[in-house]
Structure formats: C-alpha cells, structure tokens
Design a protein around this ligand. Sequence first.
Ligand code: F6R
Ligand code: MG
Ligand code: MG
Length: 380
Amino acid sequence: MAKISKRKNRKITFSIIKADVGGWPGHATVHPDLMTVASGELAKATKDDMLIDYHVTHVGDDLELLMTHTRGEDNEKIHELAWNIFEKATKKAQELKLYGAGQDLLADAFSGNIKGMGPGVAEMEFTERVGEPIVAFMMDKTEPGAFNLPIYKIFADPFNTAGLIIDPSCHAGFRFEIWDIQDHKKVIMNAPEETYDILALIGAKERYVIKRVWPKEEHPKLPADEPAAVISTEKLYQTAGKYVGKDDPVALVRAQSGLPALGEVLEGFAFPHLVSGWMRGSHNGPLMPVGVKNAICTRFDGPPRVIALGFQLANGKLIGPVDLFDDPGFDYTRETAMRVTDYMRRHGPFEPHRLPMADMEYTTLPDVMKKLAGRFEKTD
Ligand code: F6R
Ligand code: MG
Ligand code: MG
C-alpha cells in the first residue's frame, strides 16, 4: 500500500509490446507455455519494482505484454525486458517446434529500443485521473491502418460518439497525429475543422495511419500534451526490407470524463469493416470483434480479429481485465462479419478479396511473367 501512495502523483506509462514468436498450430493461436514464460518474467520484474503491474494475453498467434510503470515511453529497460521475454518464449517455441518460432524477432541482439526490431509497440504516458478507464485493443491478421476507421469514429464522428455533440467537455473535438508510414512524416490535424482533409488521408489506410489522438488546447479537463489514444505503427516488411510477417497492430484508448465514454469507444468497432492482411497477408476481410476465448484464427487463417481488454487504473495497478467484446452486444457484428467472410471468400483469387498486386505478401506473378515472356504480343 505504501508503495502505491509514494507513486501517487507521478505520471503512469502504459506499454503494450507484442510479437509473434511461434504459432500453435500454424498461425492460429499462442501455446499456453509461451504465456507462462511471459507471465513468470513479468511477475519477477514487478517484484523487482521495474513494473507496477502487468497482464499477458494473446490474439491469434500474437503474444501480448501489457505493462504499467513510471519510466516513460521508449524506456530502454522496459524494451529490453520485453525483448528478453520474446527471446525466452522463442526458446520455448523452438522446444515445442511451434510454427515460425521467433518469426518477429528480426535482430540478433537487443540494441536500445525495441522499435524497428520486429515487435509492435503502443505506449503512452499520462497523469492518472481520479477515475481512469483504459482499453487495450489488439488485432491479428491485419495492419496498423485497420485502426483508422474505428479511431476516427470514436474521436471525430458524432454519429458514433454522442459526447461530441452533447458533452461540453468533448465538444471542441480532438487533434489527430497522422503518420505517412511510407515517407516517415507526420502531421497534426484538427477535428471537426479538418475532417474532410483527415479522411482524404486516412481513407488510404495502407499509407496514412493515425498514430495518436490528443485533447485540444481548449479542452476543459485534460492537458493537451497527454494523449487520449495511441496505435502501434510498425510495418514489419519495411523494418526487414522484405515481408517477414504481419503488422498485427495494438492500441490503447482512454475513456470517460471529457473523453468518449467506454461505450462510445467500443461502438467504434460495431461495424466489421474490411481490412487487409488476411490469409498470407494478401486478402481483404471483415474485422471481427471477439472475446479472448475466441481469439483464434481458423477460417482461412482468420477472419481478422480484434480483442478489447478494459481496465480501471489504480495508481498504475491494472484493475481488470474485463473482456469487453465477450458480450452478446457484439453478436450481430460477429454475424455480419461471418456473412461478409462468406461473401468475400466466394471471390477466391479475385480482387477486392485478393489485395492489389503491390500490396500482396505472397506473389507468383514475377514467375508467371517470366514463363510467359516470349508469348506476349502487341495488342492492336
Ligand atoms: C500469418 C498469416 C497466415 C500465413 C499463411 C501461410 O500471420 O497470416 O495466413 O501467411 O498461413 O503461412 P506459411 O507461408 O508460413 O505457410
Ligand atoms: Mg504467425
Ligand atoms: Mg499474428
């Protein structure tokens, strides 16, 4: 108890660091032994006071480390802790001959910051409010741009978030930090003033991704320099120079008291929109919100899934999780997702189920073109 009160006025950092270090079987889910390795190491780090608290989970084949601490974002010790856990879990995966053991670990040794080394990272530092509800969203078989639509709806669409219209502390709107993940540039834009321009960018979700959402200067309750949401933006194929796995993203979203209510945050996922990254990283399919027990990618290695774990923070302690999509309130979304799954699957190898040529993770086209080289003739 004493330990908690000492930390009381310090900012809290919430970090999610994730990696696929071996699937079971294929790319379906994470073997419980890997979760045991991760929990054991994080329990030690908590006992040693490096962390305040932790939670380990998975979505599909991704091992997810949720950690709270007071060391700030991009902290070398926290990133090294995660890296070492992924290495240890990889050893276990090799022992069990799990599929693709260590596939997201692209470097031989840790070198200061885990970003760019394969794992995905979403971190934010903020002053914990009197009541601090926070949701960790984790996706499998898709890419960072899959968060664009729900995050936009949550923080900028009044048809999703009633608070934007009727809550004086939300009414000013929010600032969006948008990254161009091809050219490595970013821009901050204001909603609602610039919504058409924001949508012009983020509708192209393979290139422009929402990285953070910030309160505006005029927000009556929240400091403008502490984010309300953060999304991981690692693109493994850019990191490695070639496609070596998925970019399965994660995000943290704070809720209530001047931010969208928890139900407005979850409502952003009630429409199972089409995202890229399904089967061989080369297909579009609906994003299906599920409880953790159903976070297993089976049908055509999918369909792409998202889980949502909710917590109240108590001086950095994680009070939870509550498995927020494990709720009949999302049954209709799941049913729609399965109808769309069926509809999309019937396209077989045709676009728009298959991704455009440039975006496919797997392709035989160069070989096919080589084979046909002498047979192509000029058209009229
Ligand atoms: C992996 C994924 C899967 C694989 C597919 C082929 O996250 O999305 O759909 O791409 O199972 O995997 P390999 O090439 O490893 O046989
Ligand atoms: Mg995998
Ligand atoms: Mg995955």
